[in-house]
Every structure is written in structure tokens, then in C-alpha cells.
Design a protein. Structure first.
Length: 363
């Protein structure tokens, strides 16, 4: 059977990575923050969050589970291709994964990044890291990637099901104060948000626009599913910059305080900015935000992330087949949640630049 992923002969699942023992925590944090001038006291503070969980971030196990689910979906479609995991900040590193695929004979590799949205840290930085890793590979290897998929029906469906499940688990709120959906994503410096996506960039940038579009569609579908209109808002977590630097707001905990003051009694936290459970989810939301909500008298539930949801996994393989069709020069139609969503199949070279560090090579 001819593979519908031709011309690609391997798949690379690109993830952020994380520590899996107490001894790995500080080396991991030093790799993540290299060149950023983060004080050691700040690193020690962040390390405590990992050490409180035995020094293990859940992200690596989540990535391995996703890789297994993707292999199963590929096999069920008759696509027998090697698939490897390559992490930016922990073993197996990108260079190791690419070298391993090259040793198996792969020369044109399709990458899937475990980040759905455009921005420098969630898109271009990954591509820069892949380019750096390719420079270490002896064989002549080329790497393409699937497009941003936050608006793909598979990712949307996974978030709708998760949010609906959480709303129903809380039960019906008082009529005058329906359950409020708080969609949460990773905060960014405002200047990075403004250069997200392809140019021309406009404030607040594609990063915010993409999240708001997704949140709006998920909220509408959850409201339809539970039979009542649910209010929603977008908030941010994991701010880590200097106090004088402008970051996207509101912070999720500040926002929960505002909602409680307005009379809200029930909240569902929907982590649409994340494809799996990792430290920003299990600490910033499950630990800090849930505790803060409960201290305000709010009933709170955190919706699950997409993880290995069948619709999400199937959607990623659909995107692989779409990208392969584009590489073969075939005409394809965009498959997104509305006609206004971006439909690019290939990120342009000037997509998602760092506002002060432009020109770094990307894969």
C-alpha cells in the first residue's frame, strides 16, 4: 500500500521535555533558562514545585502516551512509519531523535509539535531548536512540520468534551450565577504576543486572537451540550518575567477573585493553551488556582487536557496527511472551526519572530 504520508519517511514528535528524577530538576531548569539571566533564587523556587512531586514532571509520560496513540492511529490507517520523540530540554533530545531516525534511513521527516498555537516560545523556538539539532546530524536530513492546530476540529472536539464533562461534574449552578468557563493559557510578554503568527502583526497578536477564537467556539458548543448559556473569559498562568515587563493579563488567580466578587459561585478551568498535563497545569491550576478558588468559596473543577483523546489523535494524523499532500503539490481545503481562522499549511520563514532576536535559522 502506498503511504499517504509520502514524501515523508518518518515522524518526529517534538516536545518541551521535563525532569524525571530529583537529580534532573536543576539541570533541566538551567537548560530551559540558559541565557536569560534568571537568578538562582528564582530557579530554586521553581525547583521546589518539581521536588514536591518527586522531581518528576508529568509531561514526558504524557508525550510517550501520545506517541503510542499516534503509532496506533498510523498503523490503523496503513501508515507504517517510524515515530520518535525529540525533546527540547530533556532526554531524548532532538539531536538524538533525529540521528536515530537518520540511522534508520529517514531523509525527509514530518514533525508534530506538542503546542497548538503560534508564538515565539510555542512555535518558532521549537523550529530553531530543530534547526540546531539538524546541524549535529551527519546525514542529509530535512524536517517539515504540520501547521498550527488549535483551530482544527480534532483539538476543538477534545476540549469541548473535556469542558462539558467538567461542567456536568459540578452540577447545575444557581440560575442567577451560571457556571463560568475560565479558559486558561500560558501568559507571554506582550511584545511576544504581538509578533505571533505570520506578518503583518497587529496588537494583541495572533496568540490572543487564536485563543479567543477557540474559547468562543468551545464555550458555544459546551453551552449547547448542557442546554444553557455559560459565560466565559480568557485568563493566563505561569508569568515568569521581570516585574517591569508587560505580560498578558489577567492572571488566573486575580481573575478568580474578580469573578467571586461579582457573585460567581461555580468555575470550570479549561486549559486550552496546553495539549497535556505538565507543570503549568498540575501546579499553576490544580494546586494554586484550585486552592485559591476554594478559598474564595467557589466550587471549582479543572477540565482535562486533550492528551490522547481519540478526536485529538485522529486530528493530528489528519494534519500529517494534509501536510504530506501539500508537500506533493496537491490542492487541499482548510479544515478549521470557522472560515475566519488561519488556513496556512506551511509557516513562512518570518513567522513568530522574537522581537529582539530575529534571523535565527529554522527547520
Amino acid at each position: 500500500m502506498t503511504s499517504t504520508l509520502q514524501p515523508y519517511d518518518a515522524v518526529l514528535l517534538v516536545s518541551f521535555g521535563g525532569p524525571e528524577s530529583p537529580e534532573e530538576v536543576m539541570p533541566f531548569l538551567l537548560r530551559v533558562t540558559a541565557g536569560r539571566g534568571i537568578p538562582q533564587t528564582r530557579l530554586d523556587h521553581v525547583a521546589e514545585r518539581y521536588l514536591a512531586r518527586g522531581g518528576v514532571s508529568p509531561i514526558n509520560a504524557e508525550t510517550r502516551a501520545l506517541a503510542d496513540a499516534l503509532r496506533t492511529e498510523l498503523e490503523e490507517r496503513g501508515l507504517s512509519l517510524p515515530l520518535a520523540i525529540g525533546n527540547r530540554n530533556s532526554p531524548p533530545f532532538l539531536s538524538e531523535a533525529l540521528d536515530g531516525l537518520a540511522q534508520q534511513g529517514a531523509r525527509r521527516i514530518l514533525s508534530v509539535t506538542t503546542s497548538a498555537f503560534p508564538s515565539y516560545p510555542s512555535c518558532r523556538q521549537y523550529q530553531e531548536n530543530v534547526a540546531d539539532a539538524l546541524a549535529e546530524v551527519v546525514e542529509d536530513v530535512e524536517v517539515d512540520r504540520i501547521r498550527h492546530y488549535a483551530h482544527h476540529p480534532g483539538f476543538v472536539a477534545a476540549n469541548v468534551e473535556a469542558a462539558t464533562e467538567a461542567v456536568r461534574a459540578l452540577g447545575r449552578a444557581q440560575q442567577h450565577s451560571p457556571t463560568h468557563l475560565v479558559f486558561v493559557t500560558h501568559s507571554l510578554p506582550v511584545d511576544l504576543a504581538e509578533t505571533s503568527g505570520p506578518p503583518p502583526w497587529q496588537s494583541p497578536g495572533s496568540y490572543v486572537d487564536w485563543h479567543r477564537t477557540l474559547a468562543h467556539n468551545v464555550a458555544d458548543r459546551v453551552s449547547l451540550s448542557v442546554g444553557r448559556d455559560l459565560p466565559w473569559s480568557l485568563a493566563y498562568c505561569s508569568r515568569s518575567g521581570a516585574p517591569h515587563q508587560a505580560w498578558l493579563e489577567p492572571d488566573v488567580n486575580d481573575h478568580l477573585t474578580v469573578l467571586a466578587d461579582r457573585g460567581t459561585t461555580q468555575v470550570v478551568l479549561v486549559p486550552i493553551g496546553f495539549t497535556s498535563d505538565h507543570m503549568e497545569v498540575v501546579w499553576d491550576l490544580d494546586t494554586e488556582a484550585v486552592a485559591h478558588a476554594e478559598s474564595l468559596g467557589l466550587k471549582v473543577r479543572r477540565a482535562r487536557t486533550a492528551r490522547t483523546d481519540p478526536a485529538f489523535v485522529s486530528g493530528l494524523v489528519d494534519l500529517m496527511e494534509e501536510r504530506a499532500a501539500v508537500a506533493r503539490g496537491e490542492q487541499v481545503l482548510p479544515n478549521v472551526i470557522d472560515n475566519g481562522s488561519p488556513g496556512r499549511y506551511v509557516c513562512p520563514g518570518d513567522c513568530c519572530p522574537h522581537p529582539t532576536r530575529r534571523g535565527a535559522p529554522t527547520a
